[in-house]
Design a protein around this ligand. Sequence first.
Ligand code: 6PG
Length: 244
Amino acid sequence: MTILIKPDLDDLSHAAVDLLVELGREAVADHGSFSIALSGGSTPRYLYSLLASPKYRNSIDWDAAELFIGDERNVPPDAPESNYRMVQEILSDPLGIKADRVIRWRTELEDVEKVAAEYQTVLIERLGADARFDMVLLGLGSDGHTASLFPRTPALHETKRLAVPNWVEGLNDYRLTITFPTINRAANVVFLAAGAEKAETVAQVIEGEFRPDILPAQGVNPKDGALYWLIDETAAASLKRGLP
Ligand code: 6PG
């Protein structure tokens, strides 16, 4: 596990760009493509805007990249809270990445089982039977959730399917999410977390008692891959190992 602590979200996002560019180049050099599962939420928004900015947009061979939405809300793709819409507006549209290389959850199908089954089929079609991402980018909720793997929800115990609907009592709705089997098969998993409100959770996930049902982010443990924590100083404040 590599922990990178940066002073603030700006520095953290620049560090995330550097890592993403490095991993992307490695993947393209190794097998000619770069598959990345993107996180939703607000933390990665600045990172996505940097990747699409004139300064960095040519740092990655986007023609060789395939972007996947790692998890999604149970809303139409053009809804304000859609992760796909956020990625489209901030990253893929500005980069001119065609819609067929931004693999989303077709939530317009409405039947969440069908949506997840179709997404899993596409995952396997694009990544092969082992569905191994070159990189999975994850956020962290202050309740310890990651992707849409929320505490005490059924998807935490999924051991076979790569993508599932997940009923979240607290939201009184379904979410759609890749599962631990998919995340833990990835070559690289990168957590990006910032803000004082995440400090207690970051410390519990990284240093606390192993309770993945309560702290789902603890279930992320790539079997044959690298795990990175990119956190800003406010989110690192409760770590016992302290600041470098
Ligand atoms: C989502 C994300 C989710 C997010 C965390 C952190 O669909 O919202 O996939 O897992 O990463 O909730 O969100 P913030 O970055 O907004 O704190």
